[in-house]
Design a protein around this ligand. Structure first.
Ligand code: MTE
Ligand code: MO
Length: 230
């Protein structure tokens, strides 16, 4: 396949994803709730900036399973597999060759702290998805960390333009304790949905529960609904 053909496939995959999930995405609570709970001015999606039960922190607390893996960039890999047309394994230079984006978004932890206006640098999940081309059967993803962590997200949430795989935070390489070299962020869901030290994204035909979701955390994790536990 030549480069143009590859590019055409990616563009086509992106359009199909958009068509398939646009409506569902617009109807997700973090975009469409008519009674979102929280306080402060509205964020860019019309939700109160500080979700119900959250307190703003300037510091960035660290939460993990008691182990912070150390992955040198030359050993680092990200697998994309499951319900996709073209499973892939990206090395660090492959990742860097993808479109790089910057965004500023909020980080809401289920343990009731929020960090507002964090400047991020990374790659859109949407762009990775278009690269591997999810089958029509794909509805969710499971993200796995190098530490054994896992978390599930529906595709209508994961495909939002602010869902990034970030290697940069606050203008610096993402610190190891926060999931460097690469982690996911999900600004419209509680932060446990963003796997640190991400190593695999599995596309699923149906929902499955991740590490915390199996242990009583909410499957859906909507901050403006106080949707913490199931
Ligand atoms: N791989 C991995 N990712 C993870 C976790 C983890 O333990 N391992 N904890 C989650 C939880 S509960 C939260 S609140 C955020 C915390 O991110 P931070 O430590 O950068 O604040 O990461 C999430 N992602
Ligand atoms: Mo958390």
């Amino acid at each position: 396949m030549d480069t143009n053909e590859k590019l055409d496939k990616i563009i086509d995959a992106r359009m199909r994803l958009k068509r398939r999930f646009e409506e569902k995405m617009a109807q997700t609570p973090s975009m469409a709730d008519d009674k979102p709970r929280g306080s402060g001015p509205t964020n860019r999606h019309g939700m109160p900036q500080v979700p119900v039960g959250q307190t703003i922190t300037k510091k960035w607390p660290v939460l993990d399973l008691g182990y912070q893996p150390n992955i040198p960039l030359d050993k680092w890999q990200l697998a994309l597999d499951g319900e996709v047309e073209e499973p892939m394994r990206l090395k660090w230079p492959d990742l860097m060759a993808l479109p790089q984006v910057e965004d500023i978004s909020d980080f809401h932890c289920v343990t009731t702290w929020s960090r507002l206006d964090v400047p991020w640098g990374g790659i859109r999940f949407m762009d990775l998805a278009a690269l591997v081309r999810p089958k029509d059967t794909a509805t969710h993803i499971m993200c796995y960390g190098y530490d054994g962590y896992s978390t599930n997200i529906s595709l209508e949430e994961a495909l939002k333009p602010d869902v990034l795989l970030v290697h940069t935070a606050d203008g610096e390489p993402l610190p190891r304790e926060h999931g460097g070299p690469l982690r996911m962020i999900t600004p419209q869901l509680y932060a446990w949905k963003g796997a640190k030290w991400i190593k695999r994204i599995e596309f699923l035909a149906g929902n499955q529960l991740g590490f915390w979701e199996e242990r009583g955390y909410s499957n859906t994790a909507y901050p403006w609904r106080n949707d913490r536990y199931s």
